[in-house]
Design a protein around this ligand. Structure first.
Ligand SMILES: [Fe+2]
Ligand SMILES: [Fe+2]
Length: 233
């Protein structure tokens, strides 16, 4: 079959199946199943938007300003993730599920308020870890069969790893005495090498040879100071 015939057939079929939107017949996955999986990710993101937003308003204590600014930023980023996922569900012919009752049921992470700033940070870290694990499974599932959705989830996953890292830094900043407890919240093999999460946090007294090269934008202390000065302006 010549190339032109192929193109003609493809065009004719595209016209005939115009109602299928972005889904061409060579799509290798079950779109119902894909939309179901993506709706779980969407629910997770929506719950994260609300939890971070709640924490933004409720944060208190001496580290409040810096941490609250980060909570707000994360909330906005989770909303952007929710929008991307909803858009993709729509492209695949599904319905992005935004019914609050269903969202609460399907979310992988929980909506936990927390009673102190450290509690809030810890809850967010737990939620991020859950998202990281389930999103990584999704990336594997989409694999080569749906590279568009896989790439989207990979990009979101990278941001969740940054979020987890930010929360781990803050937890250390607000609870330095609890480092043993907090370092056990997650393990290095649970997060990719891109993130510092789970690695031993360096201390001022550590010998230079033990210090890892830092490629981070800023330390938790700098971040706190940066956010504080940004707010003052
Ligand atoms: Fe997210
Ligand atoms: Fe996140």
């Amino acid at each position: 079959m010549g190339f032109l015939t192929d193109i003609k057939t493809i065009r004719a079929r595209a016209r005939k199946e115009i109602n299928e939107g972005a889904i061409t017949p060579d799509y290798l996955l079950d779109t119902d199943q894909v939309c179901k999986i993506l709706n779980e990710a969407l629910a997770t993101e929506i719950v994260c938007v609300l939890r971070y937003r709640f924490h933004y308003f409720m944060a208190s204590g001496i580290h409040k300003e810096g941490v609250a600014a980060e909570f707000l930023e994360h909330s906005k980023e989770e909303q952007a993730h929710a929008d991307l996922i909803a858009e993709r569900i729509k492209q695949l012919g599904g319905k992005p599920e935004m019914n609050p009752a269903v969202v609460a049921e399907r979310s992988h992470s929980e909506y936990v308020e927390g009673t102190s700033l450290a509690d809030m940070i810890r809850e967010n870290l737990v939620a991020e870890r859950i998202a990281i694990q389930t999103y990584r499974e999704m990336v594997k599932f989409f694999g080569e069969k749906d590279p568009t959705t896989r790439r989207m989830m990979e990009e979101i996953l990278a941001v969740e790893e940054e979020h987890a890292d930010d929360m781990a830094d803050f937890l250390f900043a607000v609870e330095p005495d609890n480092i043993d407890k907090t370092s056990k919240l997650f393990f290095p093999d649970e997060v990719s090498t891109k993130s510092d999460a789970g690695r031993k946090v360096e201390t001022e007294n550590a010998p230079a040879s033990q210090k890892k090269p830092s490629n981070k934008k800023s330390s938790p202390k700098n971040k706190l100071a940066k956010n504080k000065s940004a707010k003052k302006k």
